[in-house]
Design a protein around this ligand. Structure first.
Ligand SMILES: Nc1nc2c(ncn2[C@@H]2O[C@H](COP(=O)(O)OP(=O)(O)OP(=O)(O)O)[C@@H](O)[C@H]2O)c(=O)[nH]1
Ligand SMILES: [Mg+2]
Length: 497
């Protein structure tokens, strides 16, 4: 199976990335040094190479490692996370690296640290860290050479921090140029003021999002607002972990989400055998590749949940979480449209194989204010896997390509536009060689993307008069030049490629 290389950039990227490795190491039966902690099942081993390099010569400290066969199942050596860890402030990297003996077995030459953060400045990260981006390219190149059939890259970073957004964006550009045929996906953490309130975060997020439109084929948007609300039990109304959740609480949810999203890449099952298939299932138009990922059941740091949830119970929790992404729900608000979604369920017993009708993320019938509509027929894929999430009996993950992400874009572009009009804090970016045109171009990119999302919401809601008659179907051409037919029989939209 083709390998994936994770590049984690900045403080947020490295905290979340490190949590991800801990979570999936546990699922693959590896201890914190990357050694198999006992008998590994075929399921755990079969695709372990996707995220781990089985190193049989050296351990992470570079010392000679005596390769010992595991007498139980014939595997051995150390499974090294295929990761490059990057931060312009090395403090966190030193902590992670210093934990090597008890921590994950990262390859030590893949730590790329600098001498100081960017002070939350995208321009410093993008333009001012040339030497670091060359070292990252070198680490990426040698990791890529160790792969037999590299399928792609996943970047983990924040959109608000200068290093994660700026240097992360630079790294993504370099990857695109050097590996044009490989997939590039991102796990991007969107800032929220209750969690951090650096005034430049809106600028950074706008500049970064605008580049992700063409710089990545898939972006899993982790909104700190949604993670924070989930931890507080906020919008869902349930009891949360805390009224003032720490990053560790948010990151616990995030690592569950990432483990869930990557289940189909790491274990054998019906769906998402590789990164390209993930996007084929979810992306009707290449620019509209910003996904909302959700996980159920909601469990907080240090908690386990031994409840045997059924598929309808899990999927209804997942759909509710997707629905809550549309924030502007007042009178006249347009409902978000789910263009496509993939739901995966996990349980040791595999008794939760989803059946037709179990999953309520379907076009609504008879509801005037439907929470969501499906866009393409057959656009909801489901699958189940026989490896449970850590500490849970049954769990589910959804990745939804929903127009609700428009709200996230709007949040930063509106704030950036108002700051830009007053030229607020612009000098910090000008000092790094940027000019205000670059901001304008980024905001225009976001505006046009938001218009595309809105067009899809309006197509679903517009009257029939926009469709020309075509025997049984009515057809329309969208602003993106694609044809859509609306069946006069069941009202469903079909995209003509
Ligand atoms: N969910 C989550 N968000 C985080 C975490 N750490 C930072 N953030 C968010 O990320 C943004 C700040 O980004 P950082 O990753 O700290 O910054 P950086 O990439 O290191 O860049 P510098 O500005 O150069 O330090 C803010 O929006 C924070 O709320 C974390 O551990 N988890
Ligand atoms: Mg930092």
């Amino acid at each position: 199976m083709g390998e994936i290389l994770q590049i984690q950039v900045g403080r947020c990227g490295n905290r979340i990335g490190d949590n991800f490795w801990k979570t999936i190491s546990n699922e693959h039966g590896l201890d914190e040094q990357g050694k198999s902690s006992g008998y590994l099942t075929d399921m755990q081993l079969e695709r372990i190479n996707v995220y781990y390099d089985e190193s049989k010569g050296k351990n992470s400290l570079g010392k000679a490692f005596v390769f010992k066969m595991n007498t139980l199942n014939g595997t051995g050596g150390v499974y090294v996370p295929r990761a490059v860890l990057v931060d312009s402030d090395s403090t966190l990297l030193n902590t992670i690296g210093g934990r090597q003996c008890g921590g994950n077995a990262y390859r030590k030459e893949n730590f790329v640290g600098g001498h100081g953060g960017t002070g939350s400045n995208w321009a410093k990260g993008y333009y001012g860290r040339g030497e670091m981006s060359r070292r990252v390219a070198e680490a990426v190149r040698s990791e890529a050479e160790r792969c037999d059939r590299l399928q792609g890259f996943q970047l983990v970073h924040s959109l608000g921090g200068g290093t994660g957004s700026g240097l992360g964006g630079r790294v993504l550009n370099n990857i695109q140029a050097s590996y044009p045929n490989r997939a590039a996906h991102t796990y991007s953490v969107a800032p929220w003021t209750a969690v951090s309130d650096e005034p430049t975060e809106s600028y950074n997020a706008s500049l970064s999002l605008a580049r992700l439109v063409s710089g990545a084929q898939a972006t899993y948007l982790a909104d700190n607002r949604a993670l924070f609300d989930a931890c507080c039990g906020g919008s869902s109304g349930g009891g949360g972990a805390s009224t003032a959740p720490a990053y560790a609480d948010l990151n616990h949810l995030m690592s569950q989400i990432m483990s869930g999203v990557t289940t189909g890449l790491r274990f054998t099952g019906r769906l998402n055998a590789d990164m390209k298939k993930c996007t084929a299932n979810l992306v009707p138009y290449p620019r509209l590749h910003f996904f909302v990922p959700e996980f159920a059941p909601l469990t907080f740091r240090g908690q386990t949940d031994a409840c045997a949830y059924t598929v309808p119970e899990l999927s209804s929790q997942l759909c509710k979480a997707v629905r809550l992404q549309r924030r502007c729900t007042g009178a006249g608000a347009v409902a978000a449209v789910v263009m496509a979604a993939v739901m995966t369920f996990r349980s040791r017993s595999l008794t939760i194989e989803p059946r037709r009708g179990d999953v309520p993320l379907q076009p609504s019938t008879g509801q005037t204010t439907a929470p969501e509509h499906c866009w393409l027929p057959d656009n909801l894929k489901t699958a189940s896997y026989g490896v449970p999430s850590h500490g849970l009996k049954n769990s589910g993950t959804v990745v939804a390509n929903t127009t609700a992400v428009r709200d996230v874009f709007e949040r930063y572009s509106r704030r950036s536009a108002s700051m830009l009009a007053k030229r607020e804090l612009l000098h910090l970016y000008m000092e790094e060689g940027m000019d205000s045109d670059e901001f304008q171009v980024a905001l225009e990119q976001i505006e046009s993307l938001m218009a595309e999302y809105l067009a899809i919401e309006q197509i679903n809601y517009s009257g029939d008069d926009v469709y020309g008659d075509h025997e049984n179907d009515r057809q329309l051409t969208t602003s993106m030049g694609c044809k859509i037919t609306k069946s006069t029989v069941d009202g469903r939209n079909t995209l003509i490629l």
